[in-house]
Design a protein around this ligand. Structure first.
Ligand SMILES: Cc1cc2nc3c(=O)[nH]c(=O)nc-3n(C[C@H](O)[C@H](O)[C@H](O)COP(=O)(O)OP(=O)(O)OC[C@H]3O[C@@H](n4cnc5c(N)ncnc54)[C@H](O)[C@@H]3O)c2cc1C
Length: 349
């Protein structure tokens, strides 16, 4: 579970002086956390419930210092940059107006006139995901956290309403507390203790283009698709939302659709073929509400998963909330939305 949910939780717990070990079935940083675009914002934030907006806002506040701490201790730069995001129509202006108080939204700057009119959100930042994963891995090593990679499928042994150990084919890891942060595979890992965890894979595909640095100055969002510029000029195009199970195939149909979006917005960049096309599996959860909670029946087991489209955005605040729960600090009432849903607690285990 060595990706954003698992690594950021390990970082937060280790910084609070707790001894942590991370168990990863394969290689760290190869799944959704590698595949994502790294936009640090909800897309059309006004469409999401207030507690999710609050967790996002908390994460956005934590991000600069979080990145600074990781970068200073590791000398790896995850390229946290406030590039801003231009939201192009269509969007529901009335709904957007409910979110505007307390957020910075200004008229589109003249420099962006060529990209059309829309809502300009100047504070939206981004990171370069694979670099942030590398930085977190290095930071954790420095904090003395052991990351056990390539250990294959893990299961949990239990007794008296507690988890007693995490078990692989040839090893056992007993501990006082356990966290499942296995993304789309979290329900598989929980096995008979799934307790109705409503997390399932939702595929997303991306294209990558080479362009001159500065060709696109900000993130552009329109009707579920976006362009994200990196500092070195590369531009990402995303994404799709596909309910196809654990299938990570990158398809010609998605390639054509994403390429068409790029061709409409930046035809000169799209004149060259994309240099890369990939797919990742998001940990999809109803309403994009992650579950950051104690298991309903196993008292020393916690889940930190289901961040769906926003696992990068929500990483620092989710880790903080999880660490609070694990150390007995009561979460703010607004954050109770992330508890194991009652309707699920009532379901047969
Ligand atoms: C195309 C795409 C674009 C995205 N864009 C953005 C964006 O712009 N902004 C944003 O905030 N989010 C974005 N996301 C979502 C974000 O990437 C995810 O929400 C986030 O990466 C989930 O992190 P995670 O650690 O839960 O899961 P993952 O990154 O999938 O990691 C899960 C880890 O658990 C391991 N694992 C699985 N099963 C087991 C097991 N049984 N035992 C041990 N280890 C196990 C896996 O090997 C993996 O290392 C995007 C996702 C995709 C696919």
């Amino acid at each position: 579970m060595a990706d954003f949910a698992g690594l950021s939780a390990a970082w937060e717990l280790a910084r609070r002086g707790i001894k942590v070990e991370v168990l990863e079935r394969g290689a760290p940083g190869q799944e959704a956390s590698w595949a994502g675009a790294g936009i640090l914002s909800l897309l059309l934030p006004w469409n999401y419930p207030a507690p999710l907006q609050a967790l996002t806002a908390r994460s956005q506040r934590l991000y600069p210092d979080w990145i600074d701490a990781i970068r200073k201790s590791t000398a790896i730069d995850p390229e946290y940059r406030r590039t801003g995001m231009l939201v192009r129509p269509p969007y529901d202006l009335e709904k957007a107006a409910t979110w505007l108080p307390g957020h910075t939204v200004t008229a589109t700057p003249t420099a962006l006139a060529g990209f059309g009119q829309g809502l300009w959100l100047p504070e939206v930042a981004q990171v370069r995901n694979p670099r942030l994963v590398q930085a977190l891995l290095e930071g954790l090593r420095q904090l003395g956290v052991t990351i056990h990679s390539g250990i294959g499928t893990i299961s949990l042994t239990t007794g008296a309403n507690r988890v007693t150990a995490a078990v692989s084919d040839d090893r056992r890891w007993p501990a006082d507390q356990f966290v499942v942060a296995a993304s789309a595979w979290s329900a598989n890992l929980l096995g008979q203790h799934t307790a109705g965890l409503p997390i399932r894979p939702i595929r997303g595909q991306m294209l990558l283009y080479r362009a001159e640095p500065g060709r696109l100055p900000c993130i552009l969002y329109e009707a579920g698709q976006y362009l994200v510029p990196r500092a070195d000029g590369h531009i990402l195009v995303g994404s799709t939302l596909e309910d196809v199970g654990f299938d990570k195939t990158a398809t010609a149909e998605a390639r054509d659709r994403l390429h068409g979006f790029m061709a409409r917005l930046l035809p000169d960049v799209a004149a060259a073929s994309p240099i890369r096309h990939w797919a990742g599996l998001r940990p999809g959860a109803p309403g994009n509400i992650p579950i950051i909670a104690r298991h309903p029946t196993l008292e020393n087991l916690f889940v930190d998963s289901g961040h769906f489209r926003y696992g990068v955005t929500l990483a620092p605040a989710s880790a903080e909330l999880l660490a609070d729960l694990m150390t007995g600090k009561a979460p703010e009432p607004t954050l109770r939305l992330f508890a194991w849903p009652d309707i699920i607690r009532a379901a047969p285990v």
